[in-house]
Design a protein around this ligand. Structure first.
Ligand code: GLN
Length: 242
């Protein structure tokens, strides 16, 4: 970290927070404060420059048109790739995830370049939109409990050789490519299709982001009984036959 306060950057709330993904920023802030960590939240609108000195950057999902505008502006701005070069952590959801990859199909039906921060590529799914609850097993290397969330996307994402799947789905579509993968990560850059908001449903992922930002292996424990009750309810509901 550059100073004693952890800098949490929420990217483009005016374009990419359609599905309550702003809750992810609230959860990271809360999990940090529960550990008595000083955290500064910086909301960056799409007409403002992306600061390069952040520790954790969050990006949400969005409809196809705001996604195109956000990708154009992030590409022109260049701050997020510079922050990643400096070791920043990025956690992006759905449209944000697609923007981190090499390219996606925009609302005009054109192939649009992404930031190339993740070795993934998104095409337009030919089948039905992927909508519904998801339950998956997170890559064991990350040491996290099962992933739960809600997906709503038309894009289908394929992983290249340097991206690792974030999870393998037991239920739901995830990346939608038919290989059972969900999301992707590489070093400190993470992408997922999970809304929910995903960090409220999976608070230990928020803790992972904090640990990476602080470069520590563990954080002081928190009372997670409430989270666990919510998680178990969601996992139970997801497993009910429709
Ligand atoms: N517009 C993208 C898609 O449908 C992303 C949707 C989202 O962010 N939920 O694939």
């Amino acid at each position: 970290m550059s100073d004693s306060s952890l800098r949490l950057v929420w990217i483009y709330p005016d374009l990419l927070s359609t599905y309550g993904d702003q809750g992810n920023a609230l959860v990271v802030e809360r999990r940090a404060r529960q550990r008595r960590l000083d955290v500064t939240r910086i909301d960056v609108r799409s007409d403002q420059p992306i600061p390069t000195s952040g520790d954790i950057y969050l990006i949400g999902g969005g409809e196809d048109r705001p996604q195109r505008l956000a990708a154009e502006r992030l590409g022109r701005d260049g701050g997020l790739p510079r922050a990643v070069e400096n070791g920043a952590i990025v956690f992006a959801v759905c449209a944000g995830y697609q923007i981190l990859g090499h390219e996606f199909i925009n609302d005009l039906g054109q192939r649009q370049p992404g930031l190339g921060l993740l070795d993934v590529k998104t095409v337009r799914g030919e089948g039905e939109r992927c909508v519904g609850d998801v339950l998956g097993d997170i890559d064991p290397r990350l040491g996290l409990p099962p992933l739960t969330g809600f997906e709503n996307h038309q894009g289908v994402t394929y992983l290249g050789p340097t991206a690792r799947p974030l999870a393998r789905v037991r239920l739901g579509r995830g990346n939608g490519s038919g290989d059972g993968t969900e999301g992707a990560y590489s070093d400190t850059v993470f992408g997922t299709y999970m809304h929910g908001p995903v960090l409220a449903r999976n608070p230990l992922i928020a803790d992972l982001l904090l640990k990476l930002a602080l470069d520590v292996n563990a954080l002081p424990p928190t009372d997670d009984r409430w989270y666990e009750a919510l998680r178990n309810e969601r996992i139970g509901a997801a497993q009910q036959p429709a």
